[in-house]
Write a protein that binds this ligand. Structure first.
Ligand SMILES: [Zn+2]
Length: 179
């Protein structure tokens, strides 16, 4: 390996930063400095945990065996194509687009599974998306999980020594090479 932190080290860093920032937020909210609702704290925490354990940038190694793939259990194989598409520490390890590639990939996977269920098990009632989405109203709900997810990803990138402008210099070159 080339001296980058292992999955276990990434997990420990993210857990430590979570513990420190959660205590900070708890103290700040008890002093009335910030106002965080229990729901916002929960969404932030869930997204942060998902970003740390299930949607790590190192899924770009999922064609092999990597920590974050193992957390998916029997569903781990679903990430193998992601690992084949994205070269290690390329676009997957960029600050803005990288985390989005995993969300988009996950959405496609969920879409395929839902599609298969509706074809083969037409009797199963699947949850439907709301007809209209009011973004200004949703913003307070969306912001905490978005922050939690991106923060977990950025800590990984910082620990890897990846700079925020990595996407411009490195990622684009990698994409061009691949497609
Ligand atoms: Zn990494």
């Amino acid at each position: 390996m080339c001296g980058v932190p292992s999955g276990r080290v990434h997990n420990l860093i993210n857990i430590a930063v979570y513990a420190v920032s959660a205590s900070g937020v708890l103290i700040a909210s008890s002093q009335g400095v910030v106002a965080v609702t229990p729901a916002q704290a929960l969404y932030f925490t869930l997204a942060y945990a998902a970003g740390t354990f299930l949607l790590s940038p190192d899924l770009d190694l999922a064609e092999g065996n990597v920590n974050s793939k193992r957390y998916w259990g029997v569903l781990g194989f679903l990430w193998a194509p992601y690992g084949m598409i994205f070269s290690h520490r390329g676009l997957s390890h960029t600050w803005l687009l990288g985390p989005l590639t995993r969300l988009a990939y996950l959405a496609i996977m969920v879409g395929i599974v839902v599609g298969l269920i509706s074809v083969f098990l037409p009797g199963v009632r699947l949850p439907t998306l709301p007809q209209s989405i009011n973004f200004p109203e949703l913003w307070p709900t969306l912001l905490p999980p978005l922050l939690g997810y991106y923060l977990s990803q950025w800590l990984h990138l910082i620990a890897d020594g990846v700079r925020p402008d990595h996407g411009m210099r490195h990622g684009m070159r990698k994409i061009r090479k691949r497609f």
